[in-house]
Design a protein around this ligand. Structure first.
Ligand code: NAG
Ligand code: NAG
Length: 785
């Protein structure tokens, strides 16, 4: 459920509880609980009506001064309660008597003066530091049987108080003595607390360390160790050397001279301590007065962090020598402004060395043959410049597996001497340097994990060394414009190319990267076009995990879809696949051609088209010749000439169809309109002259038998002249060209030049034929007879 709220009205509360009721119903069995974060809410009191299932309640940084049983009696599932930084003055633990599940209670930074114990059977962590009580409030083990962590502070301390704490059998005791003003010395033996953290007064020394004796403690962390305490610390360590089980010692904020530090270190050398951490210290002028005795020690690792070691007057070699000759396995000196480190003078025990964030240069461990056991070397954040020199350094470290050279100024030039890395180097961190493409000519052959992020790499050169073992390659934050192929890295499983300049990943990647399992390519300026689909598809195949998909993969170009997730970018296969496009166009063309051929063959479309064309031609001609013009001397619309073999068709089909209905078309037929006393020829010529058009019914018969008869008449008339529109050729039967005798060249020319009307045998086409014919001879003749 959401945050709890302060009560507003009765109604809103009813609704609120109703919601809880519903919510509880829908979450039947699960013990989910909820958090109420009310930190920094200007509260004076613990709010009423907190959701009953609240398990975490943060009331820190408010103004709460009092606690009551009723404040918590309705939130029975409470586990974590933070009341830090309020103004509570007194506390009776019985206010929590109903909170049988309370595990963490933070009451630090209040004004507690008195405290009354009460059974807190489930409490694991209790923080009472930075309050106003003078004596340490200590409840008994029976009140808090499960307590693991206790934070206390005190103004007045008696040795016996600490001994009493021993009976609590804690895991961790945090003791803040920053405000201590009174200390009653007594021998203190602390039993059975695994980890003890003590913050001393920053200026005063109460000699607590002198009295302190540990039994069963494994880790001790001391804060604020100033000059006066150092000799005490040394005594304490010397005492430890004889007894105890202390394994880890941490010294925070240690102010001392270099000599004192060496004394402390020497004392620690003889103890049971295995891990020593010193942080936030400062030593100026390491002098060479002391001699450090590297005798046998339990110490395994020494860590010096954020500690400035500066030598101005003394010989720095002496200081380096103390560290380099240490017979321990792990040494860290980081953030210490070290400018150099010596090679051990004899084969050393070091397996782990970390000198990060110093100012070491390329000469570090040059020609150093004595780090033969070294497996991990961390030199990040220094002033290293030449990768080739680093390779020569690493070559001498026969066991070196992990090398971290990140955050330096490393470069490599192609023409430089050949790089020679050790055989065993499997992990190399070269991130945040100034390396360019040429780095691929200077890599250890057996490398498995390579970090090259944040460099200036734009591509992987083809001639680069083959890295058969490489499994993880990090090229994030470089200048890549394409996903690299895996030609040289057969075993690559993880590739990181986020935050580069990759527009369109090309297919080289998919072809060569067979073993790849995980790709990170977020935050690249992807160009959303056809080519990107292949990249999107690699996910679908399920072999490769794209880390950060889909929210971190966005189209950058084209601009109109900038910000669109790659996942939502779709483009059709047809648009992208030219072969497919061509195929589709071809198929459509073929189908269309087939349909057209089908129509042509079965429906004779060309015939219709031809007829329509002729019809429009005729209409056009009529319109051009002013159809209203009346031909005065014309009696007939048309004269028909035909072979006697075709006379049946002419008489029974042609004439009835032309003359039908209103008789608006008059035909001159030389037999029918015969004028006695004139010869046939004269009659025919007479007929032709009185007719506006002459229709010739052409057929093989006509051509062979009748043509010659007519040719003569036509010769007189201008029937054959070019632009004579009066001639209509009507093809009753097809005439094969060879039938036409050669001498009838005029007929041939006519048939070739003029379009003729073909008589269609199909009934369906005949309507159009007649319409066409009628249009061709349609003309207004004077009304006579
Ligand atoms: C309680 O709140 C303070 C201040 O907000 C915070 O520093 C502290 O870590 C919190 N304690 C726990 C146990 O969460
Ligand atoms: C390499 O070093 C950088 C910076 O020190 C770090 O963030 C990164 O995790 C390291 N890479 C590997 C593979 O450990």
């Amino acid at each position: 459920m959401a945050k709890a709220r302060s009560p507003v009205t009765r109604n809103s509360c009813t609704v609120f509880f109703l919601i809880i009721a519903i919510w509880n119903n829908t979450q039947p069995s699960e013990e989910t609980g909820s958090s109420a974060i009310l930190s920094n809410h200007f509260l004076n009191k613990v709010p009423k009506n907190l959701p009953a299932e609240t398990t975490v309640l943060d009331l820190s940084q408010n103004n709460i001064s009092e606690l009551q049983i009723s404040d918590f009696s309705s939130i029975l599932r409470l586990q974590v309660l933070n009341l830090s930084r309020n103004v509570i003055r007194e506390l009776d633990f019985s206010v929590f008597q109903y909170n049988g599940n309370l595990e963490h209670l933070d009451l630090s930074h209040n004004r507690l003066q008195t405290l009354s114990c009460h059974a807190m059977l489930s409490l694991l962590r209790l923080d009472l530091t930075y309050n106003s009580y003078t004596d340490m409030p200590i409840c008994s083990k029976t009140d808090m049987p499960k307590l693991q962590y206790l934070g206390l502070s005190a103004k007045r301390l008696q040795g016996s108080d600490l001994s009493a704490l021993g009976h609590l059998q804690l895991d961790t005791l945090f003791l803040s003595l920053e405000d201590l003003s009174e200390y009653k010395a007594a021998s203190i033996t602390v039993f059975n607390i695994k980890t003890i953290q003590i913050v001393f007064h920053p200026r005063r020394d109460f000699h607590i360390l002198t009295d302190l004796e540990l039994s069963g403690t494994e880790s001790l962390e001391l804060f604020n160790i100033h000059d006066e305490q150092v000799s005490e610390l040394r005594m304490f360590l010397l005492k430890l050397s004889r007894s105890g089980r202390l394994l880890n010692l941490t010294l925070n904020k240690m102010q001392s001279s270099w000599e004192d530090f060496i004394d402390v270190l020497q004392a620690a050398w003889g103890t049971t301590v295995e891990h020593l951490v010193i942080s936030n210290a400062a030593w100026m002028d390491a002098t060479n007065k002391n001699n450090f005795n590297h005798t046998k020690t339990s110490l395994k690792s020494l860590e010096i962090k954020d500690t400035v070691i500066v030598t101005i007057k003394a010989d720095p070699q002496y200081m380096y020598r103390i560290f380099s000759e240490m017979n321990i396995t792990a040494l860290t000196i980081s953030g210490a402004k070290l400018i150099h480190m010596l090679c051990p003078s004899k084969p050393s025990h070091f397996t782990y060395l970390c000198f990060s964030y110093n100012t070491l240069t390329d000469t570090v461990f040059e020609n150093c043959n004595n780090l033969t056991l070294l497996e991990t070397l961390i030199l990040s954040g220094n002033q290293l410049t030449r990768l080739m020199k680093m390779s020569l350094m690493a070559r001498h470290m026969k066991s070196l597996k992990h090398l971290d050279l990140s955050h330096n100024l490393l470069q490599h030039e192609v023409h430089e001497k050949r790089c020679q890395w050790g055989e065993n180097l499997v992990e190399l961190n070269l991130s945040s340097n100034v390396l360019s493409d040429s780095v691929f000519h200077c890599l250890p052959v057996n490398i498995q994990k390579l970090d090259l992020q944040n460099n200036q790499i734009s591509s992987i050169p083809n001639m680069a060394v083959e890295l058969r073992a490489l499994q993880e390659l990090n090229l994030a934050s470089n200048r890549l414009t394409d996903l690299p192929g895996c030609g040289q890295f057969r075993s690559l499983r993880l590739l990181n190319t986020e935050t580069n300049s990759i527009f369109t990943p090309t297919s080289q990647f998919y072809q060569t990267c067979q073993s790849i399992r995980e790709v990170k390519a977020e935050h690249n300026p992807f160009m959303c076009s056809c080519e990107i689909r292949e990249f999107i598809d690699i996910r679908k195949q399920g072999l490769v995990v794209l880390v950060g998909w889909p929210e971190s993969y966005l189209c950058e170009y084209p601009e109109d879809i900038r910000g669109l997730q790659l996942q939502d970018f779709h483009v059709s296969e047809l648009v992208c696949n030219t072969t497919l496009l061509v195929a589709v166009v071809l198929v459509i063309t073929v189908v269309l051609a087939a349909i057209i051929s089908f129509l042509c063959i079965y429906l004779d479309i060309p015939w219709y088209l031809k007829m329509m064309w002729q019809w429009t031609q005729v209409k056009h001609r009529i319109w051009k010749n002013n159809p209203e013009e009346v031909f005065d001397n014309m009696e007939f619309h048309a004269f028909i000439s035909y072979s006697k073999h075709d006379s049946d068709w002419v008489k029974n089909v042609l004439i009835p169809n032309l003359e039908k209905e209103d008789g608006s078309i008059r035909i001159c037929q030389h037999e029918r309109n015969f004028i006695a006393g004139k010869s046939i020829v004269e009659n025919i010529i007479d007929c032709i002259e009185k007719s506006y058009r002459s229709i010739f019914v052409l057929s093989p018969n006509f051509v062979q038998s009748e043509w010659c008869h007519y040719e003569l008449y036509f010769a007189h008339h201008k029937l054959f002249q070019e632009n004579n529109n009066s001639l209509i050729l009507l093809l009753l039967e097809p005439i094969p060209p060879y039938i036409i005798p050669a001498k009838y060249y005029k007929l041939k020319a006519l048939m070739a030049k003029r379009t003729y009307l073909e008589w269609p045998t199909e009934k369906s086409k005949q309507g159009l034929f007649w319409a066409n014919l009628r249009a061709a001879i349609h003309i207004r003749l004077p009304e006579n007879e």
